[in-house]
Design a protein around this ligand. Structure first.
Ligand code: NDP
Length: 257
């Protein structure tokens, strides 16, 4: 079969340029988001580092990246708060900042058996993941469409793929994020914008500090994953080497699923 010889190469943002492209990482101040911010900076992106409340953690990541010659701009907002997100983006746009890569990583868990689950815990978990996805992603899509290049990477979870007892709220939110990923990927594929989900298993961050150590027995590799391992997968998906991957849910879980 002949290929379309005249097809133009993708207009990849040039990470070696004097003004490298921007990558926005929500929840970039701790855990997996911190590792993603560091990895993306290593790969030449300028980092828009979002967080909600912990300014000290965000400042620490900023210092670590700047110490290796990277560029970071802190962008605090609560992803659930649409007016706050819009205000932050309005400031960026006024300065001509274009977001080439978006990593929707901000997420929380509030686990417990479903009969005891409060509406408050249902709402804060689902709103962080799903309203957060909408609030941050929707305004950034048309600017990516105009540039004919973009990467959207959504951090889901093995829990959104398989379900997990005690995590009805969290599984619902993370499975919803997978649905959004697949649909948006179809809408944007012709514009050279890829949309993928990464579904980690147990990764060593504060989020799993209360998980009993015996769970390791259920992981075929018999170990917890490291944030840097997830970050390397995200960095690959953000690169041009992953240009033909879209609408996928990529597990990284030591064989758990
Ligand atoms: P952490 O609790 O270590 O870090 C969470 C980060 O998200 C922090 O930077 C936090 O900022 C930020 N955040 C939380 N809520 C909001 C909000 N409303 N608005 C903006 N930022 C917010 O989590 P992990 O690194 O463990 O998890 C990162 C992602 O990976 C999550 O989506 C999680 O569901 C997912 N995941 C994690 C797994 C694990 O085993 N750790 C497994 C599978 C998926 P601040 O400190 O300022 O509140």
């Amino acid at each position: 079969m002949t290929t379309q010889a005249a097809a133009k190469p993708p207009q990849t943002p040039d990470t070696s340029a004097a003004t490298p492209p921007w990558a926005l990482i929500t929840g970039g101040s701790r855990g997996i988001g911190r590792a993603i911010s560091v990895a993306m900076a290593r790969d030449g992106f300028r980092i828009l580092l979002n967080y909600r409340a912990n300014s000290a953690a965000a400042a620490e990541v900023q210092a670590a990246i700047e110490a290796t010659g990277g560029q970071v701009r802190l962008l605090p907002f609560d992803v659930r708060d649409k007016p706050a997100v819009d205000a932050a983006f309005a400031t960026l746009w006024a300065e001509g900042v274009h977001v080439s890569v978006l990593v929707n990583n901000a997420g929380i868990a509030a686990d417990g058996p479903f009969p005891a689950q409060t509406l408050h815990d249902w709402e804060r978990v689902t709103r962080t993941t799903l309203d957060g996805f909408y609030n941050v992603t929707q305004p950034l899509v048309m600017p990516m469409v105009r540039k004919r290049w973009g990467r959207i990477i959504n951090i889901s979870s093995v829990s959104g793929v398989m379900g997990n007892r005690g995590q009805v709220n969290y599984s619902a939110a993370k499975a919803g994020l997978i649905g959004a990923t697949r649909s948006l990927a179809q809408e944007l594929a012709r514009r050279k914008i890829t949309v993928n989900a990464v579904a980690p298993g147990l990764i060593e961050t504060e989020m799993i500090k209360d998980v009993p150590s015996e769970v390791v027995r259920h992981i075929p590799m018999r170990r917890i994953g490291q944030p840097e391992e997830v970050a390397d997968l995200v960095a690959f998906l953000a690169s041009d080497r992953a240009a033909y991957i879209t609408g996928q849910v990529i597990g990284i879980n030591g064989g758990l699923a």
